[in-house]
Structure formats: structure tokens, C-alpha cells
Design a protein around this ligand. Sequence first.
Ligand code: PLP
Length: 405
Amino acid sequence: MIPDISKIRKDFPILDQIVNGKPLIYFDNAATSQRPVQVVERVNEFSLRSNGNIHRATHSMANRTTEAFESGREVVRKYLNAAEAAEVIFTHGTTESINMVAFSFGEAFISEGDEVIVTEMEHHANIVPWQMMCERKGAILKVLPFSEEGELHIGLLDSLITGKTRILAVAHVSNTLGTINPLAEIIAKAHQKNVPVLIDGAQGAPHFRIDVQALDCDFYAFSGHKLYGPTGIGVLYGKRKWLDRMPPYLGGGEMIDRVTFAKTTYNELPYKFEAGTPHYVGAIGLAAAIEYLHNNDIQSLIQYEHDLLTEATYKLKQIEGLRIYGEAPLKTGVISFNIAGIHPFDLGTLLDQMGIAVRTGRLCADPVMDHFGVENMVRASFAFYNTSGEIEAFYRALIRLKGMF
Ligand code: PLP
């Protein structure tokens, strides 16, 4: 079924505006996506009628909030097909989710001389927390490289994984190259050697149906704001067998069972990892975003986004001097590029003057910049509310700017 994009766009009023004298074209969806009215209204309605701090009171407002928060968790559980809601931890986003695992898994399972594997295409959020943990523990960080097309050299995993490897962390989808990584193959190789796998799903969860049980991943992290939900909310899925054995990340209210000055015992999952007042308004908004996706035909949205990518890639390749970074056969709607002779920041600023929002800079992926020997890139990233007409306007804008330089 072809999705009715003009109908969908009505759900995103932010898109219908003039920026710098031109109709807004929002191509920065990999940084953050826009929120449909259904999410905004749910959050507003909740804030105006039902607010009360969760889990800690007997009054009705608190009970309503608790119920909405916990049903939000169930919505996420279903979205991920997690075996139980206790395996779904609300965090502030992908970054916090990965830090949580790097710290708590590291405390429980990593010692001096052990090894952790990440890949060369990771966002800084899936590099730095592991580096910090390795420094603390005296462990070694190893890196799986990618090819010029932007595909991981999966074959090297057999030798990279050793008896000392304790965990492997990899992006579902690269935020710079758009590559969709072959998770099933990576997880199978790691599990063959009893190595658990964390998936950074920040760019995966917004574009695919996720089934953590079918994938058999050990951890899956994502952010609400890239999934048409609010900022400040994210999720860490973890298999109970690991979470049960990991110490808490933060201490405080809610994560405890009983506190005495001699000793504190901890709450059950998932609360052991949810210290303090959680961002329950965000969790409720995230659930509304997931429900919004479910009310549309997700499969047709995925196909539509892919068609946009194919069209944009074809058009951009007509522009002389334009180089695309990342041309793996399996990609999502992300195109990072440079045009010879034009500084990426100039390009970004001038596109903005034409109402077109793209990202410029190092894209939180210094190793990817180093791989290609560039300082910065321009990145256009698409969502299902973008259109073929916008891609045409983008292409024409690039041609015009190229002519100016
Ligand atoms: N991982 C990837 C692949 C990302 O693209 C991003 C954000 O761009 C992150 C992690 C960090 O997400 P957040 O800033 O929402 O924690």
C-alpha cells in the first residue's frame, strides 16, 4: 500500500511553515525527527489532567500517572517484542542507555586485560562510554573496520573475537553512512564464542520493526526523539540474565528495596536501573509515538523511505564533484556527502537560507571522518513525511549553490 503522505504531513504541522522565505524542507531527521500532533496532544493532555509522581503515593493522580507510565512500558515491550516488561528500562536516551551498560556490565564482568569490540562506524555515544570503562578497568578496546562502501568487514570478527572478549557493541544503522549492519550474522558470530552483543539502535528503531527475541541481541538502546517522540526519554532493553547480574548504575529513590546505613538492598527489574523520578511524561509521549507508527502501515512507510533514498542518491550522483560517503547496498535514508570546492558549513548555511535543514560537521563520528580523511560532511536524512518534491528542490538548490562557487 502506498502511504498517503499529504495526509501524514497534516499530523506534523511543524513541517508546514516558511523558513527564511521558503517552505521548510526538513532533512535532519537522523539528528531528531519531528513529533506528530498525536504525541504532543497526549503529552499536553496528560500534563493538564493527570500529573502526579509515580509509584510512590496512594492518591489518584499518582495512580493514573503510574498506570500511564507502566502501560507505556508495555507498549515499548511489544514494539521490541521483549520477553517481559521488566527487561525494558526507561533512560534519558541512547547515550545514557549505553553508558549504563558500559558501567554496570563493566563492573560485573570486565577485568584487567579483557577486551571489548566496537566498530569504526560508531557514533561517539557507542565509543566513549566503552573507552571510559576500559580505562577504569584496564581493559582493551578493539575496533572492527569498515570498507570504502561503508560495510563492516564482518569476516575479521572471527579473529577479532578472542577468549578475552567480554562484549561487542555495534550500531544497527550508521548515523553517517546509513549502512544497515547485518545484525543476525554479527550476533551469531559473537554468540558462538559466548560474547554478548549491544545494539545501538538510535538510527535503527525509527526505521524498522524490532524483534529483540528474533535478533537474540543482549542489549538494544534507542532514543525517543528520533522515533517521533519527545526528547529526554530513551530505552535500554536488556536480557534479564544480564540485568539481574549487573549492579545499579545510579543510586537514589525507586532503585532501592531497603536502605539502612549498614547496607542497601536493591529493587527488582526494571526499577533497579531507574533511580530517581523518571521522565514519565516522556515515556507516555514515546508510547504515543509508537502507537502512531502502529496506526500507520509501518512496512509501507519503510518502503517509502527507501524509495526516497534511491531517488535522492540517483539525483545527487548527477552533480559533478559531489561525493557520497557510504554506499552499502543495504542503507536507510541517510546521505552524507561533500561537494568539491565548497566548505560543508557554507553549504549548510546557504541551504538554510533556502529553507532546507541539513546537518553539517563531524556528525559525532570522528573515526568516520578520519577514515575518509575529511574534517566535516553534510548530511541529509529522510523520514516518511518527506517527499519526492522536496528531494527535487534539494537537488536544484545544490546545483544552484555549486554554480555560485
Ligand atoms: N547512536 C547513534 C547511531 C546516533 O545517531 C545517536 C544520535 O545521533 C546516538 C547514538 C545518541 O543519541 P542521543 O543523543 O539521543 O542519546
